[in-house]
Design a protein around this ligand. Sequence first.
Ligand code: FES
Ligand code: FE
Length: 414
Amino acid sequence: MRRYPASVKIIDARRWVFSNIQSLSSGAALFTGPRSHSSSISMKQFLSAPEIGTGGAMTLPGRYFTSTEVFAEERARIFQRQWLCAGRADAISRPGDYFLRTVGADSVIVLRDATGGIRAFHNVCRHRGTRLCEAAAGRFSKSIQCPYHAWTFALDGSLIGAPSMDELADFDRADYPLHVVQTAIWEGFIFLRIEEMPDIPFEESHAPLMARLSRFSLPVLKTVEQREYTVRANWKLLFENYSECYHCPTVHPALVELSPADSGENDLVAGAFLGGFMVVRRPGGSMSLSGEACATSLGDLPAEDRQRVYYYSIFPNMLLSLHHDYVMFHTLWPEAPDRTRVECAWLFHPDAMDRADFRPKDGVEFWDITNRQDWHICEQSQLGVASSAYTPGPYSPRDSISAAFDREYLRVMG
Ligand code: FES
Ligand code: FE
């Protein structure tokens, strides 16, 4: 089995990483070991999973996957407070376009306003609280009107119409705008945060990601295909599964034909952002049913990127997979301790779409099959960890990024 050489070999990587992981305290931790200041990808440093090590980590106790109390705690500590990837900005390209996001009991309207900006508001009328909007996606004309008593809000959230309310002394529309949800845009992805936390700006908390992937032209990519799955498994099992390829030889026989299961090397090894690359065996090939690239390249990528797929998890709900010819991303939406809704989308460069060699289904169907293999094994995992016989087991050295995910999860859970 061919093994792609690491760009930089680190002699005593394991000892170094352990000493540095112990000093990491923020969610924005990354591999910050001895590195060149060059921005070239070829100078980034990558470690295999065994080089990173697990520190003897065991899998999480069963209650983390089954308990409604833990699930409620996760809602409060993680999904209300962390930045969640909500989708792509190109999904709402025209003024008035919107989609809804449900996070626990909260429904959020994410929209394009009249000036072209992206905003998000709680889907809650300021009169008596009614849901303003029911359809999962669509377009507002110029305003949002409550279906109950017709209070009307502009796309910037301000209250512009409230029938008969002038009869109420001291009523001032300016006192009742829609409740704002914080938003941030990164590389064409929309992020939102439910709880208002004017602490660290997104650019700071997500600094390790900021320029890391700019060579992939992410802001201009277009969504070509989307699929939705309901997985009868806890959301963390999906994250842990994404973080390792120890399972690939048994679960994904077709995948390991294209990409060796032990070829993973990681440059983000602790904190909220984790992952690195795996090697594509076939020169210029990709992850597809045919094994060939299914579109022209996303940009002027260095030769080594054409032989790699990058897999990054972005805590707590985004999985981002970058191929040289397309990008796939998953967002995870926990609905119950044992149920997660997953959205998956495939993005391509607009210049690729008019060409004869544009065959998006080749990549989409490959990953749809692979996704379903993962969901099935995660569902089997859920059944096992819910059993009275389950006790935590030792992570394999090849599971070190899964163990790193658990560490970050436990840190955020306090
Ligand atoms: Fe919305 Fe009355 S609840 S207008
Ligand atoms: Fe898998």
